[in-house]
Design a protein around this ligand. Structure first.
Ligand SMILES: [Zn+2]
Length: 220
């Protein structure tokens, strides 16, 4: 949980948007044709009644699933507030619903994220924290990278005293195929600044995340 490299040497904020996203983007027709191919590959007839509109629906679903490529999380966090009457305790957003897709199998990752930061004068609207989780989730991901991207971005833009992110999620590539282990969730975390260097702060965060509903996370 505390083995990550120093955040201060992390890549700059500008690297948050994939560089390749505008080059060679196929047309909608090409995307629909690819879905037809997959239907045929699965062994069905894409021209039968029930499937004839499926390529269109799948492509539109993809627009939702992967909407995060067109959004800039850095911009989302730019508007901050300094009139906080000296508020200097941690801010936690708990149980943020998380829906992503595994980049190895392109199947859902479903879970929740807990995001906290310790402000250094500036605070941000809480809905913006949830939006940052959403933007990075709506890309092809692995959970480790998703966790780090959320924490690093908040850290670099808000420059707080610390950031903590925990994600607990089930991966359908594990629950519905492969080794078929339903009920297994993966837990990842990234602790930066005081959450990393000051164990009592991390402990306070962990106990607040567990709250009364006991998420089963350890205090390690
Ligand atoms: Zn997978």
């Amino acid at each position: 949980m505390s083995q990550e490299p120093d955040v201060n040497s992390h890549s700059p904020v500008s690297s948050r948007l994939p560089q390749h996203q505008t080059s060679h983007r196929p047309s909608r027709e090409e995307a629909e044709a690819a879905v037809r191919t997959l239907i045929q590959w699965a062994g069905d007839d894409p021209d039968r009644e029930g499937l004839v509109g499926t390529p269109d629906r799948v492509v539109r679903s993809y627009e939702e699933f992967f909407a995060g490529y067109d959004l800039d999380p850095v911009e989302m966090l730019q508007r901050t507030f300094e009139e906080t009457d000296g508020y200097d305790e941690m801010v936690i957003l708990r149980d943020i619903r998380l829906e992503s897709h595994c980049e190895h199998h392109m199947v859902p990752i479903i879970g929740k994220a807990h995001v906290a930061y310790l402000p250094d004068r500036r605070v941000v609207g809480i809905s913006k924290l949830a939006r940052v989780v959403e933007v990075f989730s709506k890309r092809l991901q692995i959970q480790e990278k998703l966790t780090a991207q959320i924490a690093n971005t908040i850290n670099e833009v808000l420059q707080p005293k610390g950031v903590a992110v925990i994600i607990e999620a089930a991966h359908q590539c594990m629950t519905t195929r492969g080794i078929h282990k339903p009920g297994v969730t993966m837990v990842t975390s990234r602790m930066l600044g005081v959450f990393r260097d000051h164990p009592p702060t991390r402990k306070e965060f962990m106990s607040l995340v567990q709250g009364q509903h006991g998420s089963g996370l350890s205090n390690a």
